[in-house]
Design a binder for this molecule. Sequence first.
Ligand code: NAD
Length: 127
Amino acid sequence: MERKKLLVTGGARFIGGNFVQYMVDKYPDYDIYNLDQLTYAGDLTKHKQIEDKVNYHFIKADIANREEIFNHFEKEKFNYVIHFAAESHVDRSFTDPEYSYIPMYWEHRCFLMRQKNSSQLNLFMSQ
Ligand SMILES: NC(=O)c1ccc[n+]([C@@H]2O[C@H](COP(=O)([O-])OP(=O)(O)OC[C@H]3O[C@@H](n4cnc5c(N)ncnc54)[C@H](O)[C@@H]3O)[C@@H](O)[C@H]2O)c1
């Protein structure tokens, strides 16, 4: 039987990171892809115990990079997407526009929805 592929965005930190570790250990028959830009919040050292497991894969990418993300979707044909990547320290955007990420996430979410409509992709997004 073909292995299912699960893409987790933002899997290098808090909620996404714990979710990735849980899924890699609990579901060895699923391939778990952790896609993260490794911003100031991203930290892969927490994944030392899973980084060598055959069902764990890391992709360094920015979810706002439409072309790059599209290529990953085309290549891997993910069955499921769990979306955690976010600028979660919202208060930073009050003083530094670099942290005003809301539009890019909105764009990405729309992109994922289109993917969902044109395939059997299952999608979950955290707010
Ligand atoms: N932490 C909470 O208590 C809480 C509660 C409810 C909902 N949420 C929501 O869950 C989601 C995740 O929260 P968290 O606390 O785990 O955040 P976090 O800051 O711990 O992790 C966010 C991850 O997203 C990555 N990231 C940021 N921008 C990216 C980009 N452009 N491309 C790819 N990766 C990128 C970061 O590198 C980081 O690893 C957010 O949407 C948040 O609003 C969090």
